[in-house]
Design a protein around this ligand. Structure first.
Ligand code: FAD
Length: 449
């Protein structure tokens, strides 16, 4: 009989446990629902989704059916229309995804079969010896490694796509500056192979440098499920024995970064409240400022701090920002502008094509000092020194801030030191970092008292 496969964060056909399960049981009708709950996503997010869906449409020989509406109405109606035996999904662990899936299951006359998840290890599986979930990363990552994961899933040699259902056209693609070809399954695998062949050997040394193309940029593909993390982990294991000791360190480092993604998904599953509230109570009672003019300057990339502004402008243009700059811009909002982290997290989620509730909001909490492994609040990033250290030649700043392109080398980080620093209209600094650092520490002292 017909097996309906409802794609969500798993927009691919390779290494897809739920699709493999469905294909082993019968003919497959692939479906994607344009859920109004996700209306209003930023242009880069929408464009990335469009790219991944177009690729999935092609990979299913045009069988993919796209329909808009509330999933609890669309899925049962479709299942009924084709007389489906079952609805197959990849398991969900987010608060919204779980509630949605429960509603759909209640509205369906046929069973929902959940197989696998968007993670190498399904969130909730890795636990301490006493059965409780981990609250700190390093012990989690060790237990996660010990737990291990299955080999990539294979599709049965032959199965058929059901191709007799009309859908809607794919959503319109907004114009964006970013290269989103990596959001498709083929594009993501191509990017991954190139990265694995070459750049990954230097990952440990280059991953903190936003001026270099030193990271995989697979976060968007992982968010959309254009690639499964297990595929990446299996490849790491495969190539490792032939690499130098230094390169192996880089491979392990990359594996650890994937483990952070899995850790935060696990934390969100066990502590859904941590999405929008302080995970730790360490800073309870902290005085924050309401978002005002400074917040808008931060959003628009005109704080007068070149490294921060470059990051915020990259976010606008590409729907992506380098990790080091995510930390620096988040620190600026929370510790120089004294704004509570959820305001910044909301802005990031709206614009990031890889915007992910678990990774984003816990990444924000890490920076803000309220998270699981929070960097201590008193460690305040200096936005100028961060730039000088991680963008030593100023290339990253000049790429994103045209008003500073006339300043050569590291001078782009300190326009106030050049006679013609502001000649092209770059804004003056909106605050005095040293003074705001003192203010942040004073607020911390007040909490401790
Ligand atoms: P690579 O360095 O190539 O890493 C490979 C993969 O590992 C990434 O694609 C990602 O899936 C995972 N990863 C790496 N670092 C982290 C991390 N610190 N936490 C969780 N997973 C990680 N990541 C998101 O995927 N979505 C977000 O919305 C997001 N928001 C963030 C907000 C803040 C304030 C901070 C500090 C970090 C955030 N991150 C987020 C984590 C990290 O910045 C991005 O995953 C990374 O920059 C993506 O680029 P890449 O794929 O080239 O990373």
């Amino acid at each position: 009989g017909t097996q309906l496969v409802w794609f969500r964060r798993d927009l691919r056909v390779r290494d897809h446990p739920a699709l493999a399960e469905a294909a082993a049981a019968g003919d497959v009708l692939p479906v994607f629902v344009l859920d109004p709950a996700f209306d209003g996503a930023g242009a880069a997010r929408t464009a990335a989704l469009r790219t991944a869906l177009a690729a999935l449409h092609a990979a299913t020989d045009g069988a993919l059916v796209v329909r808009s509406g509330r999933p609890e109405q669309v899925i049962p109606a479709l299942a009924d229309e084709v007389g489906a035996d079952a609805v197959h999904v990849s398991g969900e662990s987010t608060p919204y995804g779980r509630a949605r899936d429960a509603r759909v299951e209640r509205a369906l006359a046929v069973p929902v079969v959940a197989t696998g998840s968007p993670y190498a290890v399904t969130p909730g599986r890795v636990r301490k010896d006493d059965g409780t979930p981990f609250r700190v990363f390093t012990p989690f990552s060790k237990a996660w490694l010990r737990h291990g994961w299955r080999a990539p899933a294979e599709l049965p040699a032959s199965f058929r796509w059901v191709r007799r259902i009309e859908g809607e056209p794919l959503p319109a693609a907004p114009e964006v500056e970013a290269d989103l070809s990596w959001a498709s399954e083929e594009g993501a695998l191509e990017r991954w192979r190139a990265f694995l062949d070459d750049a990954i050997d230097d990952y440990d040394a280059h991953r903190d440098r936003p001026d270099l193309d030193g990271t995989s940029r697979l976060s968007i593909a992982l968010k959309l499920g254009a690639v499964h993390p297990r595929t990446l982990l299996a490849d790491l294991d495969r190539v490792a024995p032939r690499r130098s000791a230094g390169a192996q360190r880089s491979l392990r480092r990359f594996q650890t970064e994937l483990a952070w993604r899995e850790f935060y998904a696990d934390v969100l599953l066990h502590h859904p409240r941590s999405a929008w509230h302080d995970f730790s109570e360490a800073l309870r009672g902290m005085a924050y400022d309401e978002p005002g003019d400074g917040f808008v300057a931060w959003q628009e990339g005109r704080t007068g701090f070149p490294f921060v502004d470059a990051g915020m402008r990259q976010l606008h243009a590409e729907g992506w920002m380098h990790n080091r700059v995510r930390m620096a811009t988040a620190s600026f909002l929370t510790k120089d502008l004294h704004v509570w982290w959820p305001h910044g997290a909301r802005h990031f989620l709206d614009l990031l094509a890889d915007g992910d509730l678990a990774s984003n909001n816990h990444g924000w909490q890490w920076t803000a000092g309220t998270g699981t492994d929070a960097s201590p609040f008193f460690r305040v990033f200096n936005p100028v020194l961060q730039g000088l250290k991680f963008d030593p030649d100023g290339d990253y700043v000049r790429r994103w801030v045209p008003e500073l392109r006339h300043l050569a080398g590291a001078a782009a980080h300190e326009p106030w030191k050049a006679d013609d620093g502001y000649a092209d209209g770059y804004p003056e600094r909106i605050l005095d970092h040293a003074a705001e650092r003192e203010e942040a520490l004073a607020r911390l002292e007040a909490v401790k008292r």
